[in-house]
Design a protein around this ligand. Structure first.
Ligand code: SF4
Ligand code: SF4
Length: 138
């Protein structure tokens, strides 16, 4: 983000307060993905992985459809001690369930590491744009 700013590129990350802004189709009750061959799955990362298909729009459901759906339905960041103790859980919500299930632990989002710097940048940009920085000391 610093480099983008330095070279006058606009970063879409620069001007909003971080929040859980991407919804996960895998844990969404009413979300399904259908690939170009009609295969149905819950997660974008399950596309191309035959054993993770819930079925096909032409050949109906697979025998393991319920178990695959349940795997995602039952996943929650509150299952993990680290997430329960984490002060940014409202922003991160345990990250990507696919990754957490794959490696056995939630994969922390970037906000855990850059939130302070990020918020400082937002404030500095705000002050610069409003030309009120002269009222503030470094
Ligand atoms: S499990 Fe991860 S990759 Fe899959 S839909 Fe949810 S956020 Fe995206
Ligand atoms: S940052 Fe890490 S510990 Fe905190 S909620 Fe996200 S995944 Fe869990």
């Amino acid at each position: 983000m610093d480099l983008l700013k330095k070279y006058n590129f606009v970063s879409s990350d620069m001007d909003f307060y971080p929040f859980k802004n991407n919804m996960c189709s895998a844990i969404g009750d009413k979300s399904l993905l259908i690939d170009s061959e009609g295969n149905i799955c819950k997660c974008w990362d399950d596309i191309g992985v035959n054993e993770n298909f819930l079925g096909n729009v032409q050949t109906h459901t697979s025998a393991s459809a319920l178990a695959i759906d349940q795997k995602y339905r039952e996943w929650s960041p509150f299952l993990y001690e680290d997430c329960n103790k984490c002060d940014i859980i409202p922003i991160c919500m345990g990250g990507c369930p696919f990754q957490a299930l794959k490696v056995g632990n939630p994969q922390c989002c970037k906000w855990k590491y850059i939130l302070d710097d990020y918020l400082q940048n937002i404030i500095l940009n705000y002050m610069k744009n409003r030309q009120i920085s002269k009222y503030f000391k470094d």
